[in-house]
Every structure is written in C-alpha cells, then in structure tokens.
Ligand binder design. Structure first.
Ligand code: PHE
Length: 346
C-alpha cells in the first residue's frame, strides 16, 4: 500500500511540476484529485483493510492530498506570475529609443510670398478675390478694351482652347493676365471696390531663365469716388515697405495698356542697392515692377460702373518675379520644376 502511495506521490508531484501552463495544471489536478482521479480511486481500496491499516492508510492518503493541493497552489502562483511577465515582455517598449522623424512639408516659396502680399493688402482694406484660369476671349480681351484685331492681343501670346465659351464671350483661352477679373469683380460686387486678385496666368513664351509659360500675377483694383493715381503711389510704397521691411521709393513712367488711361509703368527703388546702382538694376537704381494706370472708362462701363460717378486705378505685377527677387532665385524654371531640393531651401 505504502509503495502505491509513494509511487503516486512522486508521479503526482512530478506532473504538477511539469505542467507548462494553467490549463494543463487544472488537468493534472483533475486526474489526481477529481471525482475519478487516481487518489480518489486509491481510497476505494480501503475496504479490504483492517481497522488499524485503514487508519494509517487514510492518514497517508490525506497527507498526500494535502501536499498535492499545496504544490498545486504554489505551482499556480508561479504560472500566473510567469503569465504576467510574458505579457509585460510582449508589451515592452523602449522609451529611450529615438523617435521616427516626421517629414514636414514645405510651403512653396510662391505661396509664402503670396500670403505675405495678401496680408499686407488686407491690412489696407483690400479683399482677396479669385477668378477662373480658363477665361473667355471676352473677359481676357474685349471687356478690357482690347478690340479683336488689336495688336495688343499679340503682346500676350495666347494659348487658345479648342472650344468656345458661348457666342457672346467667344473662344476659351488660358488667361494671359489676371486683369479679366477687373471686369468680373465690378460686375459681381459693383463700386466702390478694393481688391487684389492673385493667380496663375499662361503665355505661349519661348522659355528661358526669365520666361515661363505659366507664372503668377497679382492684380489690384481700387474703385471709388475722387480717386487719383496719388492714392496708388501711397498704397504701393506702403506695400513694398511692408514686404521688404524698409523704406521703398516708386517712380512712374508712361506705359501702354489698352485698359488704362493714362497707362503707367511703376518702378521701385532697387532692393539690392537701395537705389545706389548695382548689377541687378543695371546701375539705374530702379527695378521695373508693374503695369498700372487709371481704369479706362470703357472698362468701367463693361463692369457696369458709371465713369461719371466713379474712377479708380488698377495694377498687375508678377508674383513670380517678386518671389525670385525676394529669395534671390535666378532662374524662373526652378519654381515650377517640381524638384524638392529647391523647395526645401525655403
Ligand atoms: N495685365 C497687365 C499685364 O499683364 C498688367 C496691368 C494690370 C497693367 C492692370 C495695367 C493695369 O501686363
């Protein structure tokens, strides 16, 4: 009998010890201590024993039971602890490891300068307006006092689209300047007006370091009563000083654009030499900045504004050129070539 018990004891303890997880420990417990477990079975043998034998056998079995239970409890604790540790190990992260650097994007230099331009004009009460890049011949030329066979249409080599807007508006074109929005804005909002219209324009140019088929302009339009070109001079001086953060001078030269009368070319003092004369301004101290002038009465009429009551001025400058000057970019093609090595510098 006692050899049976000893045999069972070592088997049972061995089995508990060898249980790899809680599930199999439970199974081991069941196979020894369960209803039909091997220790329970052992007790069934008690029948044929003498009273004396029964006593000592019973005691031995109970001791075994107790011992086995204790060993199961402590094994269970071990296995539970192990489970927690494995989970922790799985969940472990190295807080000291260097993070993955996020690639941050760059705002395109053109967009940066555009934002600045907009903000300065906004401070002077101008609204920012947008207009279509695909225009009709009517808005791009006719409404701007450029008659169908006027040579000024050749001044701006136009990309025509093989489709008509409608009978009145003529063919569709890629706008050659932002000026068509002068009339669009007057028709939409009426007078008085104070707007700038930044946007892309397109010309069929022979490409070189200073000519692109696609570039950006900023149109300006101010319509009100008792307006003279002196107001434009003040606004432009203020704008350029805000942009270049120093005092800037402007000067007027006569210029021809069919949609203004008188037409004016506005030069600004050279930002690089402050008017002293350098290679950029070809020793003149001045840089050509924009076309402008008093809005032609025909254009006011096309915009539904009465020239007897209102007058105003308009201008158009190259945002692309301004950006190149601002950042010292010497080839216009850099701006649209899509090479990130260029964008990343700004
Ligand atoms: N639209 C003209 C150009 O592209 C510039 C301009 C705008 C001139 C407004 C006068 C008035 O050259």
């Amino acid at each position: 009998m006692s050899t049976d018990i000893n045999q069972l004891r070592s088997e049972a303890l061995e089995a508990v010890n060898a249980s790899p997880d809680l599930e199999s420990l439970k199974e081991t417990e069941r196979s020894f201590l369960g209803k039909n477990g091997r220790i329970t079975d052992l007790l069934k043998k008690v029948k044929g024993l003498t009273l004396e034998e029964k006593k000592s056998f019973g005691k031995a079995v109970n001791t075994l039971k107790h011992e086995l239970k204790q060993s199961i409890i402590s094994k269970k604790k071990n296995l539970e602890q192990l489970q927690v540790e494995t989970q922790l190990e799985k969940d472990w992260i190295d807080l000291s490891a260097p993070g993955k650097r996020r690639q941050s994007g760059h705002i395109h230099p053109l967009a940066q300068v555009q934002k600045e331009v907009e903000s300065i004009f906004q401070q002077m009460g101008f609204s920012i307006i947008d207009g279509p890049e695909i225009e009709s011949e009517f808005y791009n030329f006719e409404a701007l006092n450029i008659a169908p066979h006027h040579p000024a249409r050749d001044m701006q080599d136009t990309f025509f689209i093989d489709k008509a807007a409608d009978e009145k508006e003529g063919r569709l074109v890629l706008r050659t300047h932002t000026s068509p929005n002068q009339v669009r804005t007057m028709l939409k909002w009426g007078a008085p007006l104070r707007v700038i219209i930044p946007g892309r324009v397109f010309r069929n140019e022979a490409l070189d370091a200073s000519h692109e088929h696609t570039f950006d302009q900023v149109e300006g339009l101010l319509i009100d009563k008792n307006i003279s070109i002196a107001h434009m001079k003040g606004i432009m001086q203020e704008f350029l000083a805000g942009l270049f953060r120093k005092e800037m001078k402007v000067r007027f030269r006569p210029g021809y654009f069919p949609f203004v009368e008188p037409g004016i070319e506005l030069d600004m003092s050279c930002v690089f030499c402050d008017g002293k004369g350098c290679s950029t301004c070809k020793k003149s101290g001045w840089i050509e900045f924009m076309g402008s002038g008093m809005v032609h009465p025909n254009v006011l009429k096309a915009g539904g504004v009465n020239p007897e009551e209102y007058q105003g001025w308009a201008f158009g400058f190259g945002l692309t050129r301004l950006t190149m000057m601002r950042y010292g970019i010497n080839d216009i093609r850099h701006l649209t070539c899509g090479d990130l090595r260029i964008n990343k510098q700004f």
